[in-house]
Design a protein around this ligand. Structure first.
Ligand code: ADP
Length: 337
């Protein structure tokens, strides 16, 4: 009986099987439950208990219900396996799609960069040749050509800096040198390097820099590059309305730098993607503007290395506003390098 009870507790308790054992007098020696619909099996024990009987039936259920349950269980398991399989297929398709998009973006990148490098180089060679031949007698024209040469070499330099920095970031070798600096000075320097382009293409730039900006712990060179990239985009993606504004002010415990344009704008669905490497919004007006798709991914990396954030608000056809927030609290020690 002890053995039967152990068996009963360990196995039969959760099963639907009813077992009854009777002795030679027909008295019930053991029973875990009554069979609901009669016994399915009835047999005698071997000797010396050949007068004892064991009856096996089903408790609380019948064969049909048992078959239905077992069918439902296997159908559920099959469905689960199918769902897992489907999930796996979807993940694989998405990964392949991402790979294909990245490969496409990389090949576009090579084409775009080659184009971007060629344009300033051909201008440099054209204007230096004109000057070299001594054909330009007018002093004003000469100065204009010299300005073009300087501007184009600066542009080339910035482009190459972006590419070099991008490869450093990809290899995890980009480092930053933080020092207390005046953000107003950084912005002024960026604006002065764009002065020629701004005046020449008829832009109206409004600067609103709070006079008593507190110093911030930044890498001046990297921050110059970030603001240059944003200003460069604001100029590149302005349509007919050539009006830009740069604002620097303290907002609660942050230093906020906003660069706004009244250009082509960015569709809402694309706004998060533009910070990805190689990503370019590929439609209409924007498509005609050349670029590498690296600028904003670098800006994001630089700003995040300063424990800051960058965000964009934009309306198609109305313009875009990029906002950098840098914490003013002195937490430079845990800044990333
Ligand atoms: P690039 O300008 O070289 O293409 P970026 O990484 O600087 O690369 O920008 C990514 C994309 O974001 C651009 O291709 C453009 O479509 C969009 N974009 C960036 N800045 C602006 C802006 N100020 N106005 C409209 N679109 C912008």
């Amino acid at each position: 009986r002890k053995t039967l009870n152990v068996y009963h507790e360990e196995t039969a308790s959760s099963s639907d099987i009813a077992i009854t054992i009777t002795d030679e007098n027909g008295q019930v020696y053991y029973s875990n439950a009554a069979a609901q619909n009669g016994y399915l099996l009835e047999t005698n024990f071997n000797r010396p208990f050949s007068n004892w009987k064991v009856r096996i039936g089903l408790k609380n259920t019948n064969i049909d219900a048992l078959t239905r349950n077992s069918f439902l269980q296997s159908a559920g398991a099959t469905l689960l396996v199918l769902l897992l399989l489907l999930g796996g297929i979807i993940l694989t398709i998405r990964a392949t799609d991402r790979e294909a998009r990245l490969a496409q973006a990389k090949s576009n990148f090579v084409a775009n960069v080659s184009h971007e490098l060629k344009t300033p180089l051909s201008l440099l060679s054209l204007f230096s040749e004109i000057l070299e031949l001594g054909r330009v007698k007018n002093e004003e024209k000469k100065i204009e050509y010299y300005q073009i040469i300087r501007h184009e070499s600066l542009r080339l330099n910035k482009m190459i800096d972006n590419i070099l920095d991008f490869s450093k970031i990809e290899a995890g070798r980009k480092t930053y040198n933080f020092a207390d600096s005046d953000m107003a000075e950084v912005i002024e320097n960026v604006l002065s390097s764009y002065r020629y382009q701004i005046i020449n293409s008829g832009f109206d730039v409004q600067t609103n820099i709070q006079p008593d900006l507190p110093p911030v712990l930044i890498d001046c060179e990297a921050m110059t590059q970030a603001i240059s990239n944003l200003l460069d985009n604001a100029i590149k993606y302005s349509g007919k309305v050539k009006r830009l504004s740069i604002t620097a002010r303290t907002v609660r415990s942050d230093l906020s730098i906003e660069i706004a344009d009244h250009g082509v704008g960015i569709p809402r669905a694309e706004q998060a993607k533009i910070f990805e490497k190689f990503y370019r919004v590929g439609n209409g007006l924007v498509h005609d503007v050349k670029g590498s798709g690296l600028g904003l991914s670098l800006v994001k990396h630089i700003i995040e290395a300063h424990n800051g954030t960058i965000s964009v608000e934009s309306d198609v056809g109305k313009g875009s506003r990029f906002t950098i927030l840098l914490p003013l609290a002195r937490n430079g020690e845990n800044r990333r390098t």
